[in-house]
Design a protein around this ligand. Structure first.
Ligand code: CP
Length: 306
C-alpha cells in the first residue's frame, strides 16, 4: 500500500481485493465478547473532521479503538480553526505531536492531498468536497461482494445527485475497475460532464437505468452544496427520480438497495424501500467498521498473512 489513502486511484486492483479480504477477517472481531485486538497498540490516530459526519467519524473511531490505537477527535468548532487558523497550520501543529495517522474530512476537494504533502503521518481521506470518499466505496464494494459473491459483470445503477457526490466518484472508479457495468441516472442538471469517459452508461430515464439491475445505489440530494435551483421542487424530484417499490420491481428479483446515508426519506428514497426487504443500508454501516479497520491495519504496515 502507498503511504496514504487519498482516493481509489491510490489502490491497485490487488490492493482493493486485499482490503476487502482483510475486512472479512476484521469483521470476525465484532462477533467476539471482547471486541478488541492489540494490532495498533502504541499508534496514535487523529480524526480531523471539518464537516458533519455520523457514520464515517463514528466507524473510524470504533475501528481505531477495536485495534487498540490511541484515538482522539478534534472538534473543529471548538478548535483554533474558529480563530482563523489555516488547514496547513492546523495540520503542521497536529503533526508536531507525532500522530501516526490523520483521518480527515473537509469541504474542499484536495484537502487530504495538501496534508499528504506536508505531513509525515499517514493520511486517510474520509471525504473531500465533491471529490472522493474512498472508504465509502470500499465498504460499498464489500457489501456488494458479500451479497452477490462477485462484482465483475454486475449491473450497478447509481441514481440521484451525481454532480455533488464524492461517493459517486469513488464508486465509479472502484466498480468499473472491478468489472461492474455501471449505470447512472439523475436530472440533467445534476449529471457531471464527461462521466461516459469513465465507461459509465448515463440515462435520463431512471426506469431504463434500473431495469434488470443487480444493485441500486441511491445518492442523497446534497442541498448544502447547491447554490441555485437544480430541479423544480423536492416533490417533483421524488416523482421523477425517487426510488419506490414500483421502480424496485423493474430490477432483478434479488436486487439489493444501497444508500451511503444520511437519507432524505421521501426525496430520493421512499421509506417503504429504505426499510424494506431489499435494503442493505444498515449492513453498509456495519461493514464500514470492518473496512476501516482493514484500511487502518494495512496502512500501518500489516499484511493479510499477519
Ligand atoms: N456516508 C457517510 O459519509 O455518512 P456520514 O456523512 O454520516 O459520515
Amino acid at each position: 500500500m502507498k503511504k496514504d489513502l487519498l482516493g481509489i486511484g491510490d489502490l491497485t486492483e490487488d490492493e482493493i481485493h486485499l482490503v476487502l479480504d482483510t475486512a472479512e477477517a476484521m469483521r470476525e472481531i465484532a462477533q467476539r465478547p471482547i471486541k478488541k485486538v492489540p494490532t495498533l497498540r502504541g499508534k496514535t490516530v487523529v480524526n480531523l473532521f471539518y464537516e458533519p459526519s455520523t457514520r464515517t467519524r463514528t466507524s473510524f473511531e470504533i475501528a481505531e479503538k477495536r485495534l487498540s490505537a490511541d484515538t482522539l477527535n478534534i472538534a473543529v468548532a471548538v478548535s483554533s480553526v474558529v480563530k482563523g487558523e489555516t488547514l496547513a497550520d492546523t495540520a503542521r501543529n497536529i503533526e508536531a505531536m507525532a500522530p501516526d495517522m490523520i483521518v480527515i474530512r473537509h469541504a474542499s476537494s484536495g484537502a487530504p492531498h495538501l496534508l499528504s504533502r506536508i505531513c509525515r503521518s499517514r493520511i486517510i481521506n474520509a471525504g473531500d468536497g465533491m471529490h472522493e470518499h474512498p472508504t465509502q466505496a470500499l465498504l460499498d464494494a464489500f457489501t456488494i461482494r458479500e451479497h452477490k459473491k462477485k462484482i465483475d459483470g454486475l449491473k450497478v445503477t447509481i441514481v440521484g445527485d451525481l454532480l455533488h457526490s464524492r461517493v459517486l466518484r469513488s464508486n465509479v472508479l472502484l466498480l468499473t475497475r472491478l468489472g461492474a457495468e455501471v449505470w447512472v441516472s439523475g436530472p440533467p442538471t445534476l449529471v457531471p460532464v464527461g462521466l461516459e469517459r469513465h465507461g459509465v452508461h448515463v440515462s435520463s430515464s431512471i426506469d431504463e437505468a434500473v431495469a434488470d439491475a443487480d444493485v441500486v445505489m441511491m445518492l442523497r440530494i446534497q442541498q448544502e452544496r447547491m447554490h441555485g435551483a437544480f430541479f423544480p421542487s423536492l416533490r417533483e424530484y421524488f416523482f421523477t427520480f425517487g426510488m419506490t417499490k414500483a421502480r424496485v420491481a423493474r430490477a432483478k428479483p434479488d436486487v439489493i438497495i444501497m444508500h451511503p446515508g444520511p437519507m432524505n426519506r421521501g426525496v430520493e428514497i421512499d421509506s417503504e424501500v429504505a426499510d424494506g426487504p431489499y435494503s442493505v443500508i444498515l449492513e453498509q454501516v456495519a461493514n464500514g467498521v470492518a473496512v476501516r479497520m482493514a484500511v487502518l491495519y494495512l496502512l500501518a504496515g500489516g499484511s493479510e498473512e499477519d
